[in-house]
Structures are given as structure tokens and as C-alpha cells.
Design a protein around this ligand. Structure first.
Ligand code: 13P
Ligand code: SF4
Length: 303
């Protein structure tokens, strides 16, 4: 089947089975183009909680599909490639987090959504890159275990008076961007604003003109008057940026900015997923209920 035929079949099955396709901003362009909704982690969580469809096909990585299942337990949630995982989410487990909680019994646990359902279940509240500071400020505890992203944690710590205890996880894609790369790009395009994701190291974040989630970067780029913009996040975002801002030029800050896991989803796999219900996300109910509390608490804070 060629691309056109694959798209046609996907659309037919989507209607027949009452399915919705949710795609992350880092997905390959052809996946973004057939998705019913494309967004950042927060937007996708909200869509998953609200959708009337019976089936959610999640085009992203596993923790995102798990969040959809946690928030919509009665729906069938499918991840077209079960090996599409986020390495950062694997850098912490429930056992390790329980140990940390014992070390800091007074601390609240704020967990980035880039984590497994088991880890969310051990947390007081979740956050995404677009609401991390707001979530931290919303809770009464002054001491916070922030897991698993040390870079997002550092970014929050620089803006709050609360004591932030960091986990040592990181995004294997964003963490590789070097502060020197930002200095080089500034020399080459001195007039271009630099927009970066808070998963980058502090030496990069400190030199940027804007720091935010993928949705925040899109918004900033839309409203910016600049016609050349440097993007410091996974290069999949360039697809939407170009599509929505045809008059502007976008440059990726570093060649390191490719998440191989996000690229494991293909049209063929989406079709297979709809045809054969592969692979269905299942979460034990006791874990799901606790993880849902942490996610819902976040959604209450940020609306
Ligand atoms: P956003 O929530 O900004 O879309 O980021 C998700 C992610 O995995 C970043 O690497
Ligand atoms: Fe995980 Fe980084 Fe890929 Fe996002 S870009 S899914 S944090 S590895």
C-alpha cells in the first residue's frame, strides 16, 4: 500500500471503529497530518480525558498512552509500537521513589508526566513542562522531591523559593545539546530568537530567549515578529512550525535533537493498530486509581 492508500484505510477504520488519533508534536510529519489532535503532553492528556471516541490510538511514546488509559479507563487505548518508550521514564521506578520518600518524609512528590504509571501512583501530583512551576507553587509543602527530570527540576528550582530535591533522570535527546552550540548559533544568526525546551541543560536554558513546552514554543513562534527562529527541541516540531508559519524560517539548534522513540510510529503501524487492536495499554486498577489522583490534581491546578 502506498501512503495515500494507507491514509485512506486509516480514515475508514477510524470512522468504523469510532477511534480518535492523538499525536504528539514530535511525531513524524505524516503522522501529525492524519492525527485528529496534535499537541504537547498537557494538551494530549486533556484530549484523552475528554474524548467521546471509544478507541484512542496514541501516536507518541508509552508514558503518554498510559496517561490516556489512566484518565480514560473505559476506553481502549492503543500504542501502535509498544517499543516506543521514553528513556527518561525508565530512569526511575516505584521502589526507588519509595526509598527517596523515606529519606524525605516531609516532602511532597511532584512527578513529571514522563514517567510510568507505577511512579505516578507513588506521587502526590504530576506536572508537564508547561505547568511545572505552577504545580510546584500550588502545593503547600516547602520541600519537594522533583522526579525524574533533573533539568526541568533545575529550571523550576531557579524560579521558586521552595527546596527542590532532584532526581538524576534526563531526556537522552535534549540533554545532549551543548551550551557551546547555542553560542555558535548566536554568532551565525544574532537576530534570531532562540526557543528551547526545559529538558535542556541549564547552560542552554540560561542563554535562551524563551523556555517552554512544545505548545509554548509554537505559541511564541506564532506571535514573534522575527522571520528567523532557532528551535531548541526535538526536530519533529519543525513540521507544525513550518506549516503554521509559512513566512518564517526555522533552524534546529542541534543535530542531537532527534528522539528515535518518537519516530517508531509509522502509517503502517497505525493501520495495523486499528485492524488488530495492537498494542492495547493495560494498567492494574489499584495503580491506575492512584496515578489518576496525581494526574487529576495537576489538571485541577492548570485547568
Ligand atoms: P511537551 O510536553 O513539551 O510536549 O514535551 C514532551 C516531551 O517528551 C519532551 O521531550
Ligand atoms: Fe522522552 Fe526525550 Fe523522547 Fe521526550 S524527547 S519522549 S523526554 S526521550
Amino acid at each position: 500500500m502506498n501512503e495515500e492508500e494507507l491514509r485512506e484505510q486509516i480514515n475508514i477504520l477510524k470512522k468504523e471503529k469510532n477511534a480518535v488519533l492523538l499525536g504528539h508534536n514530535y511525531q513524524p510529519g505524516n503522522i501529525q497530518d492524519i492525527s485528529d489532535y496534535v499537541g504537547d503532553s498537557l494538551g494530549l492528556s486533556k484530549q484523552a480525558a475528554q474524548t467521546e471516541a471509544e478507541i484512542i490510538v496514541f501516536c507518541g511514546v508509552k508514558f503518554m498512552a498510559e496517561s490516556a488509559k489512566i484518565l480514560s479507563p473505559n476506553k481502549t487505548v492503543l500504542l501502535p509500537e509498544i517499543e516506543a518508550t521514553c528513556p527518561m521514564a525508565e530512569m526511575i521506578d516505584a521502589h526507588g521513589l519509595r526509598k527517596k520518600k523515606k529519606e524525605y518524609p516531609e516532602a511532597a512528590v511532584v512527578t513529571y508526566v514522563n514517567s510510568t504509571a507505577e511512579v505516578k501512583a507513588e506521587s502526590d501530583i504530576c506536572c508537564t513542562s508547561s505547568n511545572a512551576l505552577e504545580v510546584v507553587e500550588s502545593i503547600s509543602e516547602e520541600q519537594i522531591i522533583f522526579a525524574p527530570d533533573q533539568n526541568l527540576g533545575n529550571y523550576v528550582a531557579a524560579q521558586t523559593d521552595k527546596e527542590i530535591i532532584l532526581w538524576d533522570g534526563y531526556c537522552s535527546t535534549h540533554h545532549r545539546v551543548k551550551p557551546e552550540e547555542i553560542r555558535e548559533v548566536k554568532k551565525k544568526h544574532p537576530e534570531a530568537p532562540i526557543l528551547v525546551h526545559p529538558e535542556c541543560v541549564s547552560g542552554v536554558v540560561e542563554q535562551a530567549d524563551y523556555v517552554g513546552s512544545t505548545a509554548g514554543i509554537l505559541e511564541y513562534a506564532h506571535s514573534s515578529k522575527a522571520d528567523k527562529i532557532i528551535i531548541g527541541t526535538e526536530q519533529g516540531l519543525i513540521h507544525r512550525l513550518k506549516k503554521e508559519n509559512p513566512d518564517k524560517k526555522f533552524y534546529v539548534l542541534s543535530p542531537a535533537l532527534i528522539c528515535p522513540n518518537m519516530k517508531k510510529i509509522s502509517l503502517k503501524k497505525v493501520l495495523n493498530s486499528l485492524e488488530n487492536f495492537e498494542t492495547e495499554i493495560e494498567i492494574p486498577e489499584d495503580i491506575r486509581i492512584k496515578a489518576e489522583q496525581a494526574l487529576n490534581r495537576m489538571l485541577e491546578v492548570t485547568g
